[in-house]
Design a protein around this ligand. Structure first.
Ligand code: PLV
Length: 282
């Protein structure tokens, strides 16, 4: 139930770990690029660590998310139409003295931090028959796989889920090489990395990874069902993985036990949720 972590998603696990290391190494300002949640976690970590933060987000990041990041005392810079463009700007800014770059998904320090999720699972449960998670740039995927191998659960298969408009992992796996999508489409903008981390694709040779792509309608419908069942609002990025449960995917039905990483997302409130519903009902 990563939706209940500080900053509203699993992100703080990896981002917090990476930011701690950068600040210990002397960084006075953290420069993050993000679709929203990674930047929110970076802003939270920076405030807790007593350093400054700049978060570069694309125009597609909602006002709701920008305001949340600013409320953590971070400076928000809006740059470019998609995360990839915002990321280039963040890397440029981070070259200044005393600054450190905080990537949202493509770094071993992030995977190391995200892996703590699996340490906690292993302390509480026998190995699951399947782990279901959402893939944006693949940081969560790399982190969970790192954790599964660390705790001796390397035989537990993973189901990687994306939405149709953000399926850069599926495209790369099909092509057998990294693929850059022309554009990010749909409501699951938090999964919007045009190119996934190379490491995410490389894991295919080391682990049993299945893939599934859902429609925006399925993702938002799953968020609605989840809100009804658990009284917790999550982003469509998270609804993507929940849709496999509510859609009774055969891949899940044949397993004894299934773990779904409820990755969360802070970019949602009732007003935003109704907007997504109305877009999809048109
Ligand atoms: N969001 C990244 C990348 O955006 C960000 O900057 O916040 N679920 C939620 C709620 C997320 O926010 C994200 C990533 C994911 C899942 C996917 O995680 P990833 O990128 O590690 O695969 C463009």
């Amino acid at each position: 139930m990563e939706a209940l972590q500080p900053a509203g998603s699993f992100k703080l696990r990896g981002i917090g770990h990476l930011c701690q290391k950068r600040v210990a190494a002397g960084a006075k300002r953290l420069i993050a690029s993000s679709g929203g949640n990674a930047g929110y976690a970076a802003a939270y970590a920076a405030r807790r660590l007593g350093v400054g933060a700049t978060v570069v987000v694309p125009e597609s990041t909602s006002k709701l998310m920008r305001e949340k990041i600013e409320a953590e005392s971070a400076h928000v810079l809006v740059w470019g139409g998609c995360w990839d463009e915002a990321d280039l700007r963040a890397r440029e800014l981070a070259a200044a003295p005393g600054c450190a770059y905080v990537p949202p998904f493509d770094h071993p320090d992030l995977w190391e931090g995200h892996a703590s999720l699996v340490d906690e699972l292993a302390a509480q449960h026998d190995p699951f028959g399947l782990v279901v998670l959402a893939v944006g740039g693949g940081g969560l995927l790399c982190g969970v796989l790192t954790g599964l191998h660390r705790v001796g659960w390397q035989h537990v298969p993973v189901l990687a889920v994306e939405t149709e408009g953000t399926s850069s992992f599926d495209a790369a796996c099909r092509a057998g090489r990294l693929v850059t999508l022309e554009a990010i489409q749909g409501v699951a903008t938090s999964l919007g990395a045009k190119t996934v981390a190379a490491e995410a694709v490389a894991w295919n040779s080391r682990h049993e990874i299945h893939r599934h792509v859902v429609s925006d309608r399925e993702a938002v419908g799953a968020c609605q069902r989840f809100a009804d069942d658990h009284r917790i609002l999550v982003e469509p990025a998270c609804g993507a993985s929940l849709a496999t449960v509510y859609g009774c995917l055969p891949e899940l039905a044949r397993r004894d036990s299934v773990l779904v990483v409820v990755c969360g997302g802070a970019g949602v409130n009732l007003q935003q949720f109704h907007k997504w519903l109305s877009i999809l009902q048109r």
